[in-house]
Design a protein around this ligand. Sequence first.
Ligand code: SF4
Length: 216
Amino acid sequence: MNDTTPAPGAWPDADLVPISALQHHAYCPRQCALIHVEQVWDENVYTLRGRRAHERVDTAGGATRDGVRTEHALPLFSDRLGLVGKADVVEFGPDGTPLPVEHKVGSRSKGAWARLADEVQVVAQAVCLEEMTGREVSRAALFYGKTRRRVEVDVTAERRADLARRVAEVRALLAESRLPAPVADGRCPRCSLVETCMPDVVARLGDPEPDDGDDP
Ligand code: SF4
Protein backbone atom coordinates (compact mmCIF):
# COMPACT_ATOMS: atom_id res chain seq x y z
CA MET A 1 0.00 0.00 0.00
CA ASN A 2 1.44 3.43 -0.87
CA ASP A 3 0.60 6.91 0.42
CA THR A 4 -2.10 7.43 -2.19
CA THR A 5 -3.95 4.21 -1.37
CA PRO A 6 -7.12 4.92 0.64
CA ALA A 7 -7.60 3.17 3.95
CA PRO A 8 -9.62 -0.07 3.75
CA GLY A 9 -13.23 0.67 2.91
CA ALA A 10 -12.43 4.24 1.96
CA TRP A 11 -12.34 3.87 -1.82
CA PRO A 12 -14.63 6.43 -3.47
CA ASP A 13 -17.29 4.72 -5.57
CA ALA A 14 -15.75 6.15 -8.72
CA ASP A 15 -12.46 4.40 -7.95
CA LEU A 16 -13.92 0.96 -7.33
CA VAL A 17 -12.93 -1.44 -10.10
CA PRO A 18 -15.50 -4.05 -11.24
CA ILE A 19 -14.03 -7.52 -11.60
CA SER A 20 -15.76 -7.67 -15.00
CA ALA A 21 -13.64 -4.66 -16.09
CA LEU A 22 -10.50 -6.58 -15.14
CA GLN A 23 -11.65 -9.50 -17.22
CA HIS A 24 -12.47 -7.33 -20.23
CA HIS A 25 -9.15 -5.46 -19.89
CA ALA A 26 -7.18 -8.71 -19.78
CA TYR A 27 -8.81 -9.68 -23.09
CA CYS A 28 -8.43 -6.27 -24.70
CA PRO A 29 -7.94 -2.84 -23.06
CA ARG A 30 -10.06 -1.20 -25.77
CA GLN A 31 -12.92 -3.61 -25.07
CA CYS A 32 -12.74 -2.65 -21.40
CA ALA A 33 -12.91 1.07 -22.20
CA LEU A 34 -15.73 0.64 -24.72
CA ILE A 35 -17.84 -1.23 -22.16
CA HIS A 36 -16.92 0.54 -18.92
CA VAL A 37 -16.20 4.07 -20.18
CA GLU A 38 -18.29 4.42 -23.34
CA GLN A 39 -21.03 2.12 -22.00
CA VAL A 40 -21.17 0.21 -25.29
CA TRP A 41 -22.34 -3.39 -25.20
CA ASP A 42 -23.16 -5.51 -28.23
CA GLU A 43 -24.46 -9.04 -27.99
CA ASN A 44 -22.98 -11.68 -30.24
CA VAL A 45 -23.35 -15.42 -30.33
CA TYR A 46 -20.66 -15.84 -27.67
CA THR A 47 -22.13 -13.31 -25.22
CA LEU A 48 -25.66 -14.63 -25.75
CA ARG A 49 -24.53 -18.16 -25.01
CA GLY A 50 -22.58 -16.90 -22.02
CA ARG A 51 -25.56 -14.96 -20.69
CA ARG A 52 -27.83 -17.98 -20.93
CA ALA A 53 -25.26 -20.08 -19.07
CA HIS A 54 -25.03 -17.43 -16.36
CA GLU A 55 -28.80 -17.17 -16.05
CA ARG A 56 -28.74 -20.81 -14.99
CA VAL A 57 -26.13 -20.30 -12.23
CA ASP A 58 -26.84 -16.67 -11.41
CA THR A 59 -29.64 -17.21 -8.95
CA ALA A 60 -28.79 -16.13 -5.41
CA GLY A 61 -29.08 -18.91 -2.85
CA GLY A 62 -27.25 -21.99 -1.68
CA ALA A 63 -27.34 -25.67 -0.87
CA THR A 64 -25.20 -28.13 1.08
CA ARG A 65 -24.09 -31.53 -0.18
CA ASP A 66 -21.44 -33.87 1.24
CA GLY A 67 -20.33 -31.15 3.62
CA VAL A 68 -19.76 -28.60 0.84
CA ARG A 69 -22.01 -25.57 0.89
CA THR A 70 -22.56 -24.04 -2.54
CA GLU A 71 -23.59 -20.40 -2.86
CA HIS A 72 -24.71 -18.81 -6.13
CA ALA A 73 -24.41 -15.19 -7.27
CA LEU A 74 -22.41 -14.14 -4.23
CA PRO A 75 -21.50 -10.41 -4.07
CA LEU A 76 -17.75 -9.86 -3.71
CA PHE A 77 -15.54 -7.01 -2.57
CA SER A 78 -11.99 -6.22 -1.62
CA ASP A 79 -11.50 -3.12 0.49
CA ARG A 80 -7.77 -3.53 0.14
CA LEU A 81 -7.75 -3.41 -3.66
CA GLY A 82 -10.99 -1.47 -4.18
CA LEU A 83 -12.62 -4.31 -6.11
CA VAL A 84 -16.30 -5.23 -6.46
CA GLY A 85 -18.05 -8.02 -8.32
CA LYS A 86 -20.07 -11.17 -8.07
CA ALA A 87 -19.18 -14.87 -8.12
CA ASP A 88 -21.21 -17.35 -10.16
CA VAL A 89 -20.63 -20.13 -7.66
CA VAL A 90 -18.65 -20.38 -4.43
CA GLU A 91 -18.10 -23.74 -2.77
CA PHE A 92 -17.38 -23.60 0.96
CA GLY A 93 -15.54 -26.69 2.20
CA PRO A 94 -16.22 -28.36 5.55
CA ASP A 95 -13.72 -26.01 7.24
CA GLY A 96 -15.35 -22.95 5.62
CA THR A 97 -12.60 -22.32 3.04
CA PRO A 98 -14.19 -20.84 -0.10
CA LEU A 99 -13.46 -21.97 -3.66
CA PRO A 100 -14.80 -19.71 -6.43
CA VAL A 101 -16.00 -21.61 -9.52
CA GLU A 102 -16.64 -19.40 -12.54
CA HIS A 103 -18.86 -20.96 -15.19
CA LYS A 104 -17.95 -20.42 -18.84
CA VAL A 105 -20.11 -21.48 -21.71
CA GLY A 106 -17.38 -22.46 -24.18
CA SER A 107 -14.29 -24.59 -23.91
CA ARG A 108 -10.77 -23.99 -22.66
CA SER A 109 -9.46 -24.05 -26.24
CA LYS A 110 -10.88 -20.65 -27.11
CA GLY A 111 -7.58 -18.79 -27.32
CA ALA A 112 -4.82 -17.62 -25.00
CA TRP A 113 -6.27 -14.16 -24.40
CA ALA A 114 -9.67 -15.52 -23.40
CA ARG A 115 -8.02 -18.07 -21.11
CA LEU A 116 -5.99 -15.32 -19.48
CA ALA A 117 -9.10 -13.17 -18.99
CA ASP A 118 -10.90 -16.11 -17.34
CA GLU A 119 -7.99 -16.66 -14.99
CA VAL A 120 -7.68 -13.00 -14.04
CA GLN A 121 -11.40 -12.95 -13.24
CA VAL A 122 -11.38 -16.00 -11.01
CA VAL A 123 -8.15 -14.99 -9.22
CA ALA A 124 -9.79 -11.63 -8.43
CA GLN A 125 -12.76 -13.54 -7.00
CA ALA A 126 -10.44 -15.66 -4.85
CA VAL A 127 -8.63 -12.61 -3.50
CA CYS A 128 -11.98 -10.97 -2.61
CA LEU A 129 -13.19 -14.13 -0.86
CA GLU A 130 -9.95 -14.38 1.09
CA GLU A 131 -10.42 -10.87 2.43
CA MET A 132 -14.14 -11.39 3.09
CA THR A 133 -13.72 -14.66 5.00
CA GLY A 134 -10.26 -14.25 6.55
CA ARG A 135 -9.32 -17.69 5.19
CA GLU A 136 -6.50 -18.30 2.75
CA VAL A 137 -7.84 -19.05 -0.72
CA SER A 138 -5.09 -20.75 -2.67
CA ARG A 139 -7.28 -22.29 -5.39
CA ALA A 140 -9.99 -21.18 -7.77
CA ALA A 141 -11.73 -23.03 -10.61
CA LEU A 142 -13.18 -22.48 -14.07
CA PHE A 143 -15.95 -24.71 -15.34
CA TYR A 144 -16.28 -24.92 -19.13
CA GLY A 145 -19.80 -25.91 -20.10
CA LYS A 146 -19.08 -27.07 -23.65
CA THR A 147 -16.60 -29.71 -22.52
CA ARG A 148 -17.98 -30.10 -18.97
CA ARG A 149 -14.39 -29.62 -17.86
CA ARG A 150 -13.32 -28.08 -14.59
CA VAL A 151 -9.90 -26.43 -14.54
CA GLU A 152 -8.21 -25.45 -11.31
CA VAL A 153 -6.25 -22.21 -11.07
CA ASP A 154 -3.59 -21.80 -8.38
CA VAL A 155 -3.76 -18.42 -6.69
CA THR A 156 -0.02 -17.92 -6.62
CA ALA A 157 2.01 -14.98 -5.39
CA GLU A 158 2.75 -14.12 -9.04
CA ARG A 159 -0.97 -14.07 -9.93
CA ARG A 160 -1.73 -11.92 -6.87
CA ALA A 161 0.95 -9.41 -7.86
CA ASP A 162 -0.29 -9.46 -11.44
CA LEU A 163 -3.82 -8.81 -10.21
CA ALA A 164 -2.77 -5.79 -8.14
CA ARG A 165 -0.96 -4.35 -11.17
CA ARG A 166 -3.99 -4.90 -13.38
CA VAL A 167 -6.34 -3.28 -10.86
CA ALA A 168 -4.17 -0.14 -10.83
CA GLU A 169 -4.02 -0.12 -14.64
CA VAL A 170 -7.76 -0.48 -15.05
CA ARG A 171 -8.48 2.13 -12.37
CA ALA A 172 -6.24 4.59 -14.22
CA LEU A 173 -7.83 3.75 -17.58
CA LEU A 174 -11.35 4.29 -16.23
CA ALA A 175 -10.35 7.52 -14.43
CA GLU A 176 -8.79 8.91 -17.61
CA SER A 177 -11.77 7.82 -19.73
CA ARG A 178 -9.17 6.87 -22.32
CA LEU A 179 -9.95 4.70 -25.33
CA PRO A 180 -6.87 2.58 -26.17
CA ALA A 181 -5.98 1.74 -29.75
CA PRO A 182 -7.49 -1.44 -31.19
CA VAL A 183 -5.46 -4.62 -30.87
CA ALA A 184 -6.62 -5.58 -34.36
CA ASP A 185 -5.56 -9.21 -34.07
CA GLY A 186 -7.05 -12.66 -33.57
CA ARG A 187 -9.13 -11.47 -30.61
CA CYS A 188 -11.32 -9.26 -32.77
CA PRO A 189 -13.35 -11.85 -34.75
CA ARG A 190 -14.71 -13.32 -31.48
CA CYS A 191 -15.31 -9.92 -29.87
CA SER A 192 -18.91 -8.79 -29.41
CA LEU A 193 -17.83 -5.18 -30.02
CA VAL A 194 -16.15 -5.68 -33.39
CA GLU A 195 -18.90 -3.83 -35.30
CA THR A 196 -18.71 -0.82 -32.99
CA CYS A 197 -14.96 -0.88 -32.54
CA MET A 198 -14.06 -1.20 -36.24
CA PRO A 199 -10.50 -2.30 -35.36
CA ASP A 200 -9.23 -2.60 -38.93
CA VAL A 201 -10.55 0.81 -39.96
CA VAL A 202 -9.20 2.55 -36.87
CA ALA A 203 -5.85 0.79 -37.15
CA ARG A 204 -5.61 1.74 -40.86
CA LEU A 205 -6.51 5.38 -40.30
CA GLY A 206 -4.45 5.71 -37.12
CA ASP A 207 -5.90 6.28 -33.69
CA PRO A 208 -6.20 9.91 -32.59
CA GLU A 209 -5.38 8.74 -29.06
CA PRO A 210 -2.51 6.29 -29.53
CA ASP A 211 -2.03 3.68 -26.85
CA ASP A 212 1.10 4.03 -24.71
CA GLY A 213 2.02 0.42 -25.47
CA ASP A 214 1.90 -0.72 -21.84
CA ASP A 215 -1.27 -2.75 -22.27
CA PRO A 216 -1.11 -6.45 -23.04
S1 SF4 B 1 -12.82 -5.66 -31.83
FE1 SF4 B 1 -10.69 -6.12 -31.24
S2 SF4 B 1 -9.77 -4.14 -30.71
FE2 SF4 B 1 -11.99 -3.88 -30.73
S3 SF4 B 1 -12.61 -4.16 -28.62
FE3 SF4 B 1 -12.82 -6.15 -29.64
S4 SF4 B 1 -10.87 -7.23 -29.31
FE4 SF4 B 1 -10.55 -5.05 -28.82
